[in-house]
Design a protein around this ligand. Structure first.
Ligand code: NAD
Length: 477
């Protein structure tokens, strides 16, 4: 298989060390590329640093046009890109298509935000000592960005690194996940078709043991990282003077409140919980993991969830009707298997699923999970839901907050007062009412509290994180 080029300052190149990409479902070769050599990494970083001033002055229409171009080209190549995602990541083709559609939107939103990322003026004359002074505040890029991305959304989470950087005029060096570099490299190709200056974007696969060198490089003052909790926080601790944006993991919870009780309500909640506990085989940072049901609905709701989870078709992710594919590799599937085994040994009951087949793990629901079991206390990152009764909404909120993570929470209620209380009391980056915590619109602020991270993505929010204010004070008289 011909090696896919890597992108050094907008130019396609090859490294010397091969990187073979394996299809997680059948172990076939999904593609091949190369790791960037030390010399190529050096040129990518040097080019980003060299172009930083020019990038910060790029007119908004140039930044927006480049972003619109990528959005349009992804739309033209939609099916091809979806198949590439399925091949390198193993996610079902129907979900891969959703990811491409989302990435098209991510670039389009970024183009729109670039057009309106404008200075704000303040007339300072409200203060008697400041008459005749005007402050003009503009946001300026903090400098070249190092974007590090995970395997689970190999296209759209790379888009969430690149698009806001371009939107604010910051060069970016992207280091994709070693398991899934191909979609990121495709973005490198599409960006090379634009009028952006050459050093603006590089996409450089490098092995994990060489990533800390990139993180430490002083020419990349911003590190925007999406990935696991320990790696994220170790990066932040290793570069305390840098700006770090950390989008990390969680054990997202959904609470079904007593008022969510009609036939339609219960069917909706059960369908959404079954679907989003298992989509991408649970490999999403906001996949539903812990389900709490308040009051008397528990047995009914759990029975519905179990039926729906049992009906999810798993298997070959290239088949149109398969909704649950494999985990990313055998080690991941074996870890899920061992965590479920530990929980069962400690008293948990398997209501459905509970078996591993190679790299795949069956969609699984566990009840009576003892406190502290890894399947609920840690990020399972597999197709495993835990279900627990709670006596009240208050107890449900306490259960959601009883976690070292805090990405998003789902609260199934019709009661606006409960929704506002959830918003006040849940220690998470986002509360989703009437739905699962897995809801994400790419243009909304998104991120976590506690161990789940620091900083926000979502185009406008990310653009703020990649910039700082610079004030110009003018005398008007
Ligand atoms: P990971 O932490 O293993 O890897 C993420 C990236 O970090 C990869 O590119 C990897 O090569 C790189 N990396 C590894 N060691 C490094 C080091 N020492 N220095 C610098 N970079 C290093 O995560 P993963 O397994 O690819 O992704 C799954 C994790 O990502 C889960 O925890 C998931 O919850 C999280 N995630 C979070 C979000 C979010 O937006 N909050 C979204 C998706 C995934």
């Amino acid at each position: 298989m011909d090696a896919t080029p890597i992108w050094i300052a907008g130019t396609p190149e090859h490294g010397t060390e091969p990187l073979t990409v394996t299809h997680p479902y059948d172990g076939s070769e999904a593609g091949a590329t190369t790791h960037a050599t030390e010399e190529q990494v050096e040129r990518a970083v040097a080019a980003a640093a060299a172009v930083a001033r020019e990038a910060a002055s790029l007119p908004a229409h140039v930044r927006a046009a480049a972003l619109d171009h990528v959005s349009r080209r992804l739309a033209e190549r939609h099916e091809e890109v979806a198949r590439l995602i399925t091949a390198e990541n193993g996610k079902p083709i129907t979900w891969a298509r959703v990811e491409v559609t989302r990435a098209i939107g991510t670039f389009r939103w970024a183009a729109e935000e670039a057009r309106r990322f404008d200075a704000v003026t303040q007339d300072l004359s409200a203060d008697p000592g400041m008459v005749g002074r005007l402050a003009l505040t503009r946001r300026v890029p903090l400098g070249p960005v190092l974007g590090i991305s995970p395997f689970n959304f190999p296209l759209n989470l790379v888009a969430h690194k690149i698009a806001p950087a371009i939107a604010v005029g910051a060069p970016i060096v992207v280091k994709p996940a070693p398991a899934t570099p191909l979609s990121a490299l495709l973005l490198g190709e599409l960006l090379a078709e634009t009028d952006l200056p050459a050093g603006m974007v590089s996409v450089i696969p490098v092995p994990n043991d060489r990533a800390p060198g990139l993180v430490a490089d002083p020419r990349l003052p911003v590190v925007s990282f999406t990935g696991s909790v320990p790696v994220g926080w170790s990066i932040a601790e290793s570069v305390p003077r840098k700006k770090t944006v950390l989008e990390l993991g969680g054990n997202a919870a959904a609470l079904v409140c007593p008022d969510w009780s009609s036939e339609e309500d219960l069917e909706w909640a059960a369908t959404r919980i079954a679907t989003f506990g298992n989509y991408q085989a649970g490999q999403s940072c906001i996949a539903v993991q812990r389900v709490f049901v308040a009051g008397e609905l528990y047995d009914d709701l759990v029975a519905r969830v179990v039926t729906k989870v049992g009906a999810l078709k798993d298997g070959d992710p290239s088949e149109e009707d398969v909704v649950v594919g494999p985990l990313v590799d055998l080690a991941a599937a074996e870890r899920v298997e061992s965590w479920v085994g530990e929980a069962v040994a400690a008293g948990a009951r398997v209501l459905v699923g509970g078996n591993r087949y190679g790299t795949a793990y069956e969609p699984t629901v566990l009840a009576d999970v003892p406190p502290g079991a890894k399947v609920s206390a840690e990020e399972v990152f597999g197709p495993v839901l835990t279900v627990s009764p709670v006596s009240s909404v208050d107890e449900g909120f306490a259960a959601i907050n009883d976690s070292r993570f805090g990405l998003q929470a789902g609260v199934f209620t019709h009661d606006v007062a409960v929704a506002f209380r959830a918003h006040r009391e849940l220690a998470v980056g986002g509360v989703i009412v009437g739905d699962v915590p897995s809801f994400r619109a790419d243009q909304m602020a998104y991120g976590g509290t506690k161990d789940s991270g620091a900083g926000r993505e979502g185009l406008r929010a990310a653009m703020e994180d990649l910039t700082e204010t610079r004030v110009l004070v003018l005398r008007t008289t």
